[in-house]
Design a protein around this ligand. Structure first.
Ligand code: CU
Length: 310
């Protein structure tokens, strides 16, 4: 507890004395590593600037950067009971956000999260898509639009969570849940990772209360190579919770490879450098002012593994 308070104090001091308060590189996040006192067990991870190539993309995007996307979920409806392992998802994106890939394969897209699994990215949105081999039981779907570099839009209306139940769907529980684009939405083989010390949530809905503070893990995810591995973005969605640096009472605690926790005080992406080659474990938690985890169906504490290749 004392250690966390110490970190928060360091974070506050860093904000007060920050010489470069420009968004989004400075977001109130700090770590012992960037205060001149590297933690002995985690010398590498430190907060860094948003890479220049991202700033260039922001400048090139023009008004798309200022879009206020608004998601409307047509299917599944809230509380739907679906007697099939195939679930049709139909959502419209309003608010002048242009969806889909450009010639370089980049573009705005929606992060789609089944239960508390890693997201699948959807670029071609109008036609909708199917979730396949969804297991019996209660599930949640969370969706929010993201920029080409996977930074989420954080305006009101951009995030939607839907609860639905599959009954007698006949899914093969030994096989992954996928979508019709080939993305894995949930994978029972995640247990193998669990054996390696990575906690993976079972893919049914937690006992989530949509009216309570909810943290949705988004990034980092998957594999990072070359220049993408130099600075890696931590990004998340917050519902019903304001962080302390934004005038609220909550904080995000991000722990990488069991190192000294990084406390995030503002809802904005954080870029981190100093990742080790190979597997890195990222734990992201919503905590209160005393440093206690804020419980909501198990979703407010998520641990993910990413692979870094330099
Ligand atoms: Cu993305």
């Amino acid at each position: 507890m004392m250690r966390l308070f110490a970190l928060i104090l360091i974070a506050s001091a860093a904000i007060l004395f920050s010489a470069c308060p420009s968004e989004p590189a400075s977001n109130g996040a700090t770590s012992p590593a960037n205060t001149g006192e590297p933690a002995s067990d985690q010398p590498g991870i430190r907060v860094t600037e948003q890479p220049d190539r991202i700033q260039k993309m922001i400048e090139d995007r023009g008004e798309q950067e200022q879009a206020k996307p608004d998601l409307t979920v047509e299917s599944p409806t809230e509380g739907a009971v679906i007697e099939s392992s195939t679930v049709k998802v139909k959502v419209t994106v309003g608010g002048d956000l242009k969806m889909g890939k450009d010639d370089a394969g980049m573009g705005n897209h929606v992060h789609v999260i089944l239960d508390n699994q890693p997201y699948a990215a959807h670029y071609m949105w109008d036609e909708g898509f199917e979730l396949r081999n969804v297991t019996d039981g209660e599930h949640t779907l969370r969706m929010f639009p993201s920029r080409p570099w996977h930074q989420s839009y954080k305006n009101d209306g951009a995030f939607k969570m839907i609860r639905f139940t599959v009954r007698n769907g006949g899914a093969d529980e030994s096989k992954p849940t996928t979508d019709d684009k080939g993305n894995t939405m949930a994978d029972p083989k995640a247990e193998e990772k669990q054996a390696e010390g990575v906690e993976v949530e079972e893919s049914t809905a937690g006992n989530v209360d949509a009216s309570k503070p909810l943290l949705t893990y988004s990034r980092p995810k998957g594999k990072y190579k070359g220049e993408e591995a130099e600075a890696i973005m931590v990004d998340f969605w917050l519902t019903n919770a304001q962080l302390r640096g934004d005038g609220g009472q909550y904080l995000i605690r991000c722990t990488i490879n069991d190192g000294e926790p990084l406390v995030i005080e503002k809802w904005a992406p954080v870029w981190l450098a100093g990742w080790k080659n190979g597997k890195n474990v990222v734990k992201m938690e919503l905590i209160d002012a005393e440093g206690n985890p804020v419980e909501n169906g198990g979703y407010n504490s998520t641990t993910r593994e990413i692979t870094v290749t330099r």
